[in-house]
Design a protein around this ligand. Structure first.
Ligand SMILES: Cc1cc2nc3c(=O)[nH]c(=O)nc-3n(C[C@H](O)[C@H](O)[C@H](O)COP(=O)(O)O)c2cc1C
Length: 210
């Protein structure tokens, strides 16, 4: 049944900042990818991205969008993935969300958020030369499959599609079959404004597939 009182806003005609607020307040909750990368000279970088999702399983892949800044410049993460072709996505849970937020500050290129925020690089990745974040319980080693540029002005989307080569998972989050247990991973998701959502076991419900 159609809802009464629905208003239409032609987002393409709005300024990017307004479009940003409409999208981020309505496309929600969004999981948060905490992306570690390395510059060609070997300096580590770390930043959170909530324009993030998985996209398929054969081969396994995921995507995040690293937008251009308000000044229309590429962010450090995008520079690094373009130049090196590899990255790690660390999952943001309740335990690490404050640290992830701190790494979103606009540090200079080649200033490491690992050092600035006091996080630990874990060098046990096998397929990429980038470390995961030791404090995060789940991480995906990824090789860049494609980067799709949609626009080139301030806040334009730059979709980084990664092929997932390996996943690391803390054993305490697995069920009796050795698979990740959604009730145990306290995912943290991003909503609009400065709101976040913490997934709690008591909020979960099941629906059988028709
Ligand atoms: C929770 C959270 C989610 C974010 N999501 C995105 C996003 O999806 N895309 C984006 O370009 N920036 C996003 N940001 C902002 C970036 O993290 C920020 O611009 C950061 O400085 C980029 O770092 P870099 O220059 O080291 O790549 C987000 C920030 C926070 C705190």
């Amino acid at each position: 049944m159609a809802k009464e009182g629905i208003s239409r806003i032609d987002l393409g005609e709005k300024d990017p900042r307004t479009a940003y607020h409409w999208l981020t307040r309505t496309v929600a909750p969004r999981p948060i990818a905490w992306v570690s990368t390395k510059s060609p000279r070997g300096k580590l970088n770390l930043a959170p991205f909530s324009y993030f999702n998985a996209g398929g399983a054969n081969p396994p892949s995921l995507v995040f969008s690293c937008t251009y800044t308000r000044e229309g410049k590429p962010k450090d993460t995008l520079r690094n993935v373009r130049e090196t072709g590899e990255f790690v996505v660390n999952v943001v849970t309740r335990e690490v969300v404050e640290a992830a937020n701190l790494t979103s500050r606009a540090f200079e290129y080649e200033v490491s958020e690992f050092e600035e925020v006091g996080l630990t690089p874990a060098w046990d990745t096998a397929h990429v030369t980038v470390p995961r974040v030791a404090e995060s319980p789940i991480a995906f080693e990824c090789r860049v499959f494609a980067i799709v540029d949609h626009g080139n002005g301030p806040l334009s989307a730059h979709y980084v599609i990664g092929e997932v080569l390996a996943v690391h998972c803390d054993a305490s989050l697995l069920d009796e079959e050795g698979m990740p247990d959604p009730a145990k991973i306290e995912h943290c998701a991003r909503l609009g404004k400065s709101f976040y959502l913490r997934v709690r076991e008591e909020e979960l419900f099941e629906l059988p597939r028709p």
